[in-house]
Design a protein around this ligand. Structure first.
Ligand code: BGP
Length: 472
């Protein structure tokens, strides 16, 4: 659709950016924080541990001041479960409450709306030992954690996100250090989807609890959604695209919005003898949780062809790679797209089609909770970071979001990844995403001082013009 005139961004559009606790905070065992699964995992060779990260725990005031300088309307951060409740259940850590109170108040001081992710890849290690999401009790653990957050922060936090990228936890859990597979497990897929089922039940309960405890707050899921293209117009490729769209994308949103298993996903699980067990009452619980909006992370689309029956799951594949599964789909590179330095395809028009598709399926307002470019930024002698590649990437995505708004899609906000440089899920500190540069290397902590990248000044103009001025 070619538009002659673009609709403006909504006037209360939430411009901001994102981080997650275990990737940005550091202070991993300070002030009573218990370890999370991220603190006890073996990090990939050659990458930093997660002890200090960007040290936001000690530098939040400086970081929030810089976000305010950019004109942020919102800051999406996550709350570390084991900072709040060190053992995951039981005693609450007063220092944890204090830290998040300070962080929230600091945001509000500058009229920055806190957008809180409740769970971002960091199960308390104590609960990991008890089976993590594989233990049915995880539903109650998560509901209790949510209650503690609602009670302590619900007077000031209006926007909540439940589970970050539940689809990636399920599809590539071991890569991001989260999937707990019990010893002797003979059907890993069934175990994985059982864990996933517990997360779904927990999410539905928490959405219902939020509406009950905080009637003025809004809550939604935050999956990673990438529209899946067929490799060609061959009908078999289209069927494969529908398969992978269901497995990767729609299942998670069908569940969050309608409380129902996607039929293609269910058929895939049946085929693999991997359907999860339901407890009595689960169907009702799933149907009782309703999001007010959809948060979603978008990095790029995926492309698949028909399976020829020989595909094997590649254990090294990450969040943005369609791997292929015999009988369902074969992941391929899209020859029409370029890639980032870290091998992720770049597809701004795919952002527009992903938004359009989501809106036509669910008709809920949407907020982009991640989008961004990981790159090897360099600090120059005179304290500058020239990142025209990031400006270009973000500009092209914002243009497409603008077109999607003109297409009639309801967008609430845009929070690229990331506000501040932080540690990547599996590629260390060198894969930088921030508007704010952090002076540290992979293993040398240096000064941890903050520097404004060129993209910082550019994004400030974008926000000041409410998305109208995207020039350098
Ligand atoms: C998403 C995660 C983030 C983040 C981002 C970039 O999958 O929600 O936590 O890190 O991707 O990915 P990476 O760090 O692998 O480059």
């Amino acid at each position: 659709m070619l538009h002659k005139k673009l609709k403006p961004f909504p006037k209360d559009f939430l411009w901001g950016a994102s981080t997650s606790a275990y990737q940005v905070e550091g202070a991993s065992l300070e002030d009573g924080k218990g370890p999370s699964c991220q603190d006890v995992k073996t990090v990939p060779e050659g990458t930093s541990d997660l002890k200090v990260c960007a040290d936001q725990y000690h530098r939040y005031k400086e970081d929030i001041a810089l976000m305010a300088e950019m004109g942020f309307k919102t800051y999406r951060f996550s709350i570390s479960w084991s900072r709040l409740i060190p053992e995951g259940t039981g005693a609450v850590n007063p220092k944890g409450i204090e830290y998040y109170n300070n962080l929230i108040n600091e945001c509000l001081k500058y009229n920055i709306e806190p957008l809180v992710t409740m769970f971002h890849f960091d199960m308390p290690a104590a609960l990991d030992k008890r089976g993590s999401w594989g233990n049915r009790e995880s539903v109650d653990w998560f509901v209790n954690f949510a209650k503690v957050m609602f009670e302590n922060f619900g007077d000031r936090v209006k926007y909540w996100l439940t589970i970050n990228e539940q689809n990636m936890l399920t599809l590539v859990g071991p890569l991001i250090g989260t999937l707990h597979v019990p010893e002797g497990c003979t059907n890993i897929l069934k175990e994985t989807y059982q864990q996933n089922h517990h997360m779904m039940v927990a999410q539905a309960k928490v959405m219902a609890l939020c509406h009950e405890m905080l009637p003025n707050a809004k809550i939604g899921p935050a999956p990673n959604i990438s529209l899946v293209y067929p490799a060609s117009c061959k009908p078999e490729d289209m069927l494969a695209a529908q398969n992978y769209n269901a497995i990767r994308n729609w299942f998670y949103l069908d569940m969050a919005v309608w409380g129902k298993y996607n039929n293609l996903l269910w058929a895939y699980l049946e085929e693999n003898d991997a359907t999860p067990d339901f407890e009595p009452g689960d169907e009702e619980i799933l149907a009782s949780g309703h999001p007010d909006f959809i948060g979603f992370n978008y990095y790029n689309t995926a492309t698949v062809a028909a399976s020829d029956g020989t595909e094997k799951l590649d254990p090294g594949a990450d969040q943005q790679q369609a791997r292929g599964e015999a009988g369902f789909y074969r992941g391929i590179d899209n020859p029409n797209l370029t890639k980032t330095e870290f091998g992720w395809e770049i597809d701004p028009p795919g952002f527009r089609s992903t938004i359009r598709e989501m809106y036509s399926r669910y008709r809920l307002p949407m907020i982009v909770t991640e989008n961004g470019l990981g790159a090897y930024d360099k600090l120059t002698e005179d304290g500058k970071i020239h990142d025209p590649y990031r400006i270009e990437y973000l500009r092209r995505h914002i243009e497409q979001m603008h077109l999607a708004i003109t297409d009639g899609c309801e967008m609430m906000g845009y929070c690229p990844w990331s506000a501040v440089d932080l540690i990547s899920t599996h590629e260390g500190m060198v894969k930088r995403y921030g508007f704010i540069y952090v002076d540290r290397d992979e293993f040398d902590l240096k000064t941890l001082d903050r520097y404004r990248k060129d993209s910082f000044f550019w994004y400030k103009k974008v926000i000041a013009s409410n998305g109208e001025d995207l020039t350098d």
